[in-house]
Design a protein around this ligand. Structure first.
Ligand code: ARG
Length: 435
């Protein structure tokens, strides 16, 4: 196995293999970010005269070529590389000879890996937020389509009060919009450059950290070089925490959809093309996509826990344990994205069964309405409440559309403010476009 730190002595094969683990595989996805950071680092070395302008040019050109090869699927980390950093340096050295061996001047794989992970995070968070906003938008559209469709509202999974399909759909859109704030926090954490922190203690070279940072595409420099190293995993855990929150929202809305599309409720129809069958029961049309989306929370939150647990008890500075955070980070990111993407694709096809929704609006949903009617005649609420409790069945189902309209205060089923909600989502999307 090729080792950047090979000093001539032999290394036990089993130890070597165990330490490298599958890191070289995970680094495949990080290569373009590592390359981008390497370009910025090379230019920084040029700016302070460690490399000559010609050398910088050749390095940058070759790194650009590596990136193009990566895009074409032709630059691959291999098991004989300890990691992606090794793959890059070896490729440079193979092409440029001694010049390739100069790229690592003034850096460590410790700041290199953090730079790659943070650039990856920034990129992926943009994609994830797009998918989350698409999903929120799908719920707003659903809310528009069924804004005035009455249906029961539940507490404790028991019929409670009159609700509407629009209220339900808009509630999930709003929750997703709220969760976008967590992603913004995660993005801000990732937007700080670790470059120049090297092994965690800086280097005796006048590295132009702000220039390198901007060049690599970071919004700011994370200054304290030890804080940089101590943030490895911490930033990832923060981002995964945000994704977990989002997935918790997805978990709830998926549960609603699984139940409401079941025969017993029958409020929602899931077109057949989005259902899956059973190998034994010919009649089955299962909502697997929403069950898997519901379970997605466990996957992402499990990734978050793994990262947090790995940090527990670590002393300051780089520790190799940190390598084990990488898999969980990549997995959590891609699983959250896949889930949001498939849901934003399926949710627009949900259909409410208007008949079933209306038919389920039984008189008991209006017990509170009845108590309030008595209040309007001067009966104190607690007395009205008791009267109604004793006289179940003494009132009928009112006109549902009128009853919905009466719930006209801000955010009530009769006043969803869907225009405001759509406007808020558009604002959040613009914020992300500006990141
Ligand atoms: N694969 C390593 C990781 O992810 C790269 C950093 C290695 N640094 C070291 N000092 N051994 O942590």
């Amino acid at each position: 196995m090729a080792r950047l730190w090979d000093k001539g002595s032999a290394l036990d094969v089993l130890t070597q293999r165990y330490c490298a683990g599958r890191d070289w595989e995970f680094d495949q996805e990080l290569l373009p970010y590592d390359i981008r950071a390497s370009i910025a680092h090379a230019r920084g070395l040029g700016a302070v005269g460690v490399l000559r302008a010609k050398e910088v040019d050749r390095l940058v050109k070759e790194l650009g070529r590596l990136e193009a090869r990566w895009s074409a699927g032709r630059f691959r980390t291999r098991p004989e590389h300890e990691d992606g950093h090794t793959a890059i340096e070896l490729a440079l050295t193979k092409k440029l000879g001694d010049l390739g061996k100069k790229i690592h001047t003034g850096r460590s794989r410790n700041d290199q890996v953090i730079a790659a992970l943070r650039l990856y995070a920034k990129d992926r968070l943009r994609v994830v937020s797009d998918a989350a906003l698409d999903l929120a938008h799908a719920f707003v559209q659903l809310a528009r389509r069924y804004e005035k469709l009455p249906m029961p509202g539940y507490t404790h999974t028991r019929r409670a009060m009159l609700s509407s399909a629009g209220l339900w759909a808009a509630a999930h859109a709003e929750a997703l919009a709220d969760d976008m704030g967590w992603l913004a926090v995660g993005y801000a954490l990732a937007d700080a450059s670790p470059l120049g922190s090297a092994a965690g203690y800086g280097v005796p070279l006048p590295l132009p950290r702000p220039q390198i940072s901007a060049d690599a595409g970071f919004g700011r420099v994370q200054e304290n070089v030890l804080a940089v190293q101590n943030a490895r995993g911490h930033v990832e855990a923060g981002i995964l925490a945000g994704l977990s929150m989002l997935m918790l929202t997805v978990n709830r809305l998926s549960t609603d959809i699984v139940w409401w599309s079941a025969e017993e409720f029958g409020f929602l129809r899931l077109p057949e093309e989005f259902t899956t069958g059973s190998s034994i029961m010919p009649q089955k049309k299962n909502p697997d996509v929403f069950e898997l989306a519901r379970g997605g929370y466990a996957v992402v939150s499990g990734c978050e826990q793994r990262v947090r647990n790995l940090l527990l008890g670590l002393p300051s500075g780089y520790n190799r344990d940190l390598q084990l955070t990488k898999e969980a980070f990549l997995q959590g990111m891609s699983h959250a994205h896949a889930t949001l993407a498939v849901l934003s694709h399926v949710v627009p096809h949900l259909e409410f069964d208007e008949k079933r929704c209306r038919a389920a609006c039984s008189a008991d949903l209006f017990a509170t309405d009845e108590a309030l009617r008595r209040v309007s005649q001067g009966v104190p609420f607690r007395d009205a409440y008791r009267q109604v409790a004793e006289q179940a069945g003494a009132w009928k189902v009112p006109d549902l559309d009128t009853a919905l309209r009466l719930r006209g205060h801000v955010g009530g089923p009769g006043n969803l403010g869907l225009g405001r909600l759509a406007g808020r989502l558009a604002r959040i999307r613009r914020e992300w476009a500006g990141r």
